[in-house]
Design a protein around this ligand. Sequence first.
Ligand SMILES: Nc1ncnc2c1ncn2[C@@H]1O[C@H](COP(=O)(O)OP(=O)(O)OP(=O)(O)O)[C@@H](O)[C@H]1O
Ligand SMILES: [Mg+2]
Length: 322
Amino acid sequence: MILSYILQVENLKKYFTKKSVFTSKSSTVHAVDNVSFEVKKGEVFVLAGESGSGKTTIAKLILKSIHPDEGNVIFQSQQITDEQKSINKIRMQCQMIHQDPYDSINPRMKILDIISEPLEIHNFGTKKEIEARVLQVLKEVRLEPAENIVNKYPHMLSGGQRQRIVLARALALKPKILIADEPVSMLDVSIRAEMLELMEELKKKYEITFIYITHDLATAKYFGDTIAILYLGQIVEQGPIKEVLLNPKHPYTQALIDAISEPDPENLHKEKKIRINEPVGKIEQYHGCRFRSRCPYAIEKCKDEPKLESKFGRKVACFVEI
Ligand SMILES: Nc1ncnc2c1ncn2[C@@H]1O[C@H](COP(=O)(O)OP(=O)(O)OP(=O)(O)O)[C@@H](O)[C@H]1O
Ligand SMILES: [Mg+2]
């Protein structure tokens, strides 16, 4: 086992059964389907993919807030088990920042209590030590004067300030890993860059490892080191972020990049264009390559399931070379 990996995810699987409210028929969603990856200490590992591709479910499985149907999570070379001691360890060392600040902060609590809560749960120290840590962490996320902020309620702060509170709460326990689930998508463009810069600064200062979840490849490119592209619960391409985004080898990665690129007038009539906003097709179609109904390169062979294989300096799950 290579010691430089802080987190390993092995063959994670989570299926959900959904019942239609109209027909009461149930169907199974393969939210996470045999996902494996390794995260190096100190890196920013990006999980990217469209809505519903399984990003948040992977984060919840890592934190054991939901249980996998199959698979393992290994933190610092130790498997996280269902024992409370093991669960507490991952929940202390690995914190999550949610997309919507209102999801994770109670509007009726003062900032002091919001940030103290995880410290109290995990027995950080005396009341005085906890208060000192709250003030310190507020300064780290540049919310000052901290002595003043602690007495406020969330509604008295701006959206950007509230997201810094979420970050401060996540940092309070000095975690080794921060899972940031779309941390800037609800913010104004003007304060997005500030938040990303702050996370970059904290990463360098405290050597925090990030799992950055997003569907926004532009911020991913700015912040990330490694990227895994998810499609309907499976990784289709994974590797160093610059290489994957500059020279994508999976048609779906290519489509995601095309969706954010400026249109090239010379190539407007390019045949092999995938429109990313097209409906996904039959979601139950979980055999063979899941992308094939949308893929302009699809061949007969794509009815078999492509394995995620090492090639072109990354991993790709595709039979066709593009
Ligand atoms: N508790 C649940 N019960 C039933 N289905 C669920 C549940 N949680 C997630 N799903 C389904 O699993 C799939 C993956 O969901 P997930 O929230 O992980 O996607 P996501 O990539 O985070 O999407 P988004 O970008 O919209 O946040 C979706 O089809 C979703 O509807
Ligand atoms: Mg999500």
